[in-house]
Design a protein around this ligand. Structure first.
Ligand code: HEC
Length: 207
């Protein structure tokens, strides 16, 4: 075969390989996408694979100062619940935040809630506490075009079962703004997100 024919053949092979690689890459991106998923009624479908997302911080039994604005009955009971909150941020949103210090539209944060447990059956530990029974998740989603018709850009969803029975709903309607949004808006340090409590994001915000 002549040299130019070989050149043509190698070019064709290279293009074919490149397009297969590109299509595999597209498939992988689609599968790992953490965009919020909704039901036809506009409820959020409970995110399930968040444990592989970016773990931004954790806290135990935070309680609010007396008289804090936008507090709710539910949140007042918080410290007595003795819960661990582990917060995960979707990887695409993390990458954008790391680059621009802003949370993009479609940002999802998951708060994974555990009962603080002090004793385990073998009696090996007698001090401190660990992430015990799973109580489910609460989820924050930034979406400027919410499918439920609300114009509020951040929506909050509750997928917990605080009884410990492990019955977590598969989808949930957004909570009323006064229950969740108002406190986040008034006190969270960056666009409704409590960056002040998340070391991984604090480092980006104030390097
Ligand atoms: C009185 C204030 C207050 C109210 C009301 C409130 N939150 Fe929060 N929320 C917080 C604080 C403080 C944090 C910081 C981390 C933590 O507590 O685990 C937080 C963190 C979160 C996070 C983690 C992501 C983020 O935004 O930083 C989610 C998800 C969340 N709250 C959901 C809810 C839901 C759902 C409701 C309503 C049912 C609600 N919150 C009501 C204060 C509040």
């Amino acid at each position: 075969m002549k040299t130019w024919t070989w050149t043509l053949v190698s070019c064709a092979v290279a293009i074919a390989v490149a397009s297969v690689v590109a299509s595999l890459h597209r498939t992988a991106r689609a599968d790992s996408s953490s965009d919020p998923q909704y039901t036809s009624q506009g409820n959020l479908v409970r995110p399930k694979d968040f444990q592989g997302w970016i773990f931004v911080g954790s806290n135990l039994g935070l309680g609010y100062a007396q008289g804090v604005a936008a507090n709710t009955v539910r949140e007042l009971a918080r410290p007595s619940l003795g819960e661990y909150h582990n917060i995960y941020l979707a990887p695409e949103a993390y990458a954008e935040y790391a680059k621009t210090k802003t949370f993009p539209d479609k940002t999802v944060l998951v708060m994974d809630v555990y009962r603080a447990q002090t004793k385990e059956p073998q009696g090996i530990v007698d001090q401190g506490s660990f992430n015990g029974l799973s109580l489910g998740t609460e989820v924050a989603v930034k979406n400027k075009n919410r499918p439920d018709g609300s114009k509020t850009d951040w929506a909050y969803y509750d997928f917990t079962d605080r009884s410990g029975g492990g019955r977590f709903p598969t989808d949930a309607a957004a909570q009323p703004d006064g229950e969740c949004y108002a406190c986040h808006k008034a006190h969270a340090s960056d666009d409704n997100v409590w960056v002040q409590f998340y070391p991984v994001l604090r480092r980006i915000k104030n390097p």
